[in-house]
Write a protein that binds this ligand. Structure first.
Ligand code: NAI
Length: 329
C-alpha cells in the first residue's frame, strides 16, 4: 500500500519511519503541504492519504481524492470534525482515526496550562530572566479543596478527572453519558458546571451540540471567576464572547491549546508574517491568558502510539480486517 503523508513534520517522519520497520508492505511518501483542494491532486497513484487535524477533508477534496483512486484516509489524530462523512461514504472512501492514543498526554497538558496560568509561570519565567525577583502580580490560588468542572468524561476527560482528584479537588462533570469508572465524580448539568466550578476544562468533541458551548449566555452563568481550559477544539468557545468575558473579569485565567481560526497557524512558524486574524493577538494582550499551538498531544508516547495505530489501520484496511472502533466512516 502506498500512502501519501500530508502536512509532514520532521518528528512525524522519525516516528513513522521507526514504526514502518514493524509493518512491512507499507510505503510512505512525506509531503510538507497540507491536504486541501489544490494539493489533493498530488495523491495520484496512491492508495491512501494520511491527514491531520487541520487538513481539509471536505467534499471537493474527497471528490478529487476519489477521482484519483484513493480509497482510504488515515487520520493520525482522534478528532474528525474536519471530515465530510456523508461525501466520504458516497465516494466509497473509508476514513480511519486514532482514538485515545494517549489520553494522559492531553489531560496532563490541560493541567499544565491550568497550573501555569494560575501561578503565572509565563510571567515569572520572563521576570526572573530580567533579574526582577518581585512577586507583585504573581498571586495564584490553591487548587486543593476547589471544584473542577469537567465537560466531557470520555478518555481524556476521565484522565483529567483523575488528575484533578489527585490535586485534592472536588470533581463535578457534565457528559451526555456517565462514565461508570469515575465513581468519585458527581455528574451535574452544564449550568451547575458554570456556576460552581473554579476550574472548567473542556474535553468533548466539536459537534453541532458543542459548537460555541462557551458563549455570552454561558459566561453570564459563571459565578466563581474560574480558570477556563480548552484542549478540545477551538470552535467550542465563541472567541468574541470569551474576550468580552475576560475584559469583564469573569475569568481568573484562560489556557487555550486550541482556538478558533487556528488552522493556518497550527504547527507553522509565521514569525515574519503579518497575521490576518486578530483572535490570538487579542487573547495574548491579556496577562491571564496562555495560548499553546495544539500541542497537548505532543509527547513521545503519544507520537509512538499514533504512528503504530495509523499503520495498523492501513494494514487492517488492506487485509479486510478493519478495526471498527477506529473507523470514522
Ligand atoms: P472520547 O470520545 O473518549 O470522549 C468524548 C466524550 O465527550 C464522551 O464521553 C462523549 O459522551 C462526550 N460528549 C459528546 N458530545 C457531548 C456533548 N454534546 N455534551 C457533553 N459531552 C459530550 O474522546 P477523547 O479521546 O476524550 O477526546 C475528546 C476530544 O479531545 C476530541 O474529540 C478532540 O477534539 C480533542 N483532542 C485534542 C487534542 C489536542 O492535542 N489538543 C488531542 C486529542 C484529542
Amino acid at each position: 500500500m502506498k500512502i501519501l503523508f500530508y502536512d509532514s513534520k520532521p518528528y512525524d517522519e522519525t516516528s513513522f519511519n521507526k514504526a514502518l520497520e514493524e509493518y512491512p508492505g507499507l510505503e510512505i511518501e512525506y509531503l510538507e503541504a497540507d491536504l486541501n483542494k489544490h494539493t489533493a491532486k498530488l495523491a495520484e497513484g496512491y492508495d491512501a492519504v494520511c491527514a491531520f487535524v487541520s487538513s481539509d477533508i471536505s467534499e471537493p477534496v474527497l471528490d478529487r481524492l476519489a477521482e484519483r483512486g484513493v480509497r482510504l484516509v488515515l487520520l493520525r489524530c482522534a478528532g474528525f470534525n474536519n471530515v465530510d462523512r456523508e461525501t466520504a461514504k458516497k465516494r466509497g472512501i473509508t476514513v480511519m482515526r486514532v482514538p485515545g492514543y494517549s489520553p494522559e498526554a492531553i489531560a496532563e497538558h490541560a493541567m499544565a496550562l491550568a497550573l501555569a496560568v494560575n501561578r503565572k509561570i509565563h510571567k515569572a519565567y520572563i521576570k526572573v530572566r530580567e533579574n526582577n525577583f518581585a512577586l507583585t502580580g504573581l498571586t495564584g490560588v490553591n487548587f486543593h479543596g476547589k471544584t473542577a468542572g469537567i465537560v466531557g468524561t470520555g478518555k481524556i476527560g476521565a484522565a483529567m478527572c483523575r488528575i484533578c482528584r489527585g490535586f485534592g479537588m472536588n470533581v463535578i462533570a457534565f457528559d451526555k453519558y456517565q462514565n461508570p469508572d469515575l465513581d468519585f465524580v458527581t455528574y451535574v448539568d452544564l449550568d451547575t458546571i458554570f456556576a460552581e466550578s473554579d476550574l472548567i476544562s473542556l474535553h468533548c468533541p466539536l459537534t453541532e451540540d458543542t459548537y460555541h458551548l462557551i458563549n455570552s449566555e454561558s459566561i453570564e452563568k459563571i459565578r466563581k471567576c474560574p480558570i477556563l481550559i480548552n484542549t478540545a477544539r477551538g470552535g467550542m468557545i465563541d472567541s468574541d464572547a470569551l474576550i468580552r468575558g475576560i475584559r469583564d473579569l469573569k475569568f481568573f485565567g484562560v489556557g487555550l491549546d486550541v482556538y478558533e481560526e487556528e488552522d493556518e497557524n497550527v504547527f507553522e512558524n509565521r514569525e515574519d508574517e503579518i497575521l490576518q486574524h486578530s483572535i490570538v493577538s487579542r487573547l495574548l494582550s491579556f496577562p491571564n491568558v496562555i495560548v499553546t499551538s495544539h500541542q497537548a498531544f505532543f509527547t513521545e508516547e503519544a507520537l509512538q502510539a499514533i504512528s503504530r495505530t495509523t499503520l495498523e489501520n492501513a494494514l487492517g484496511f488492506e487485509n479486510g480486517t478493519v478495526n471498527e472502533a477506529n473507523k470514522v466512516c
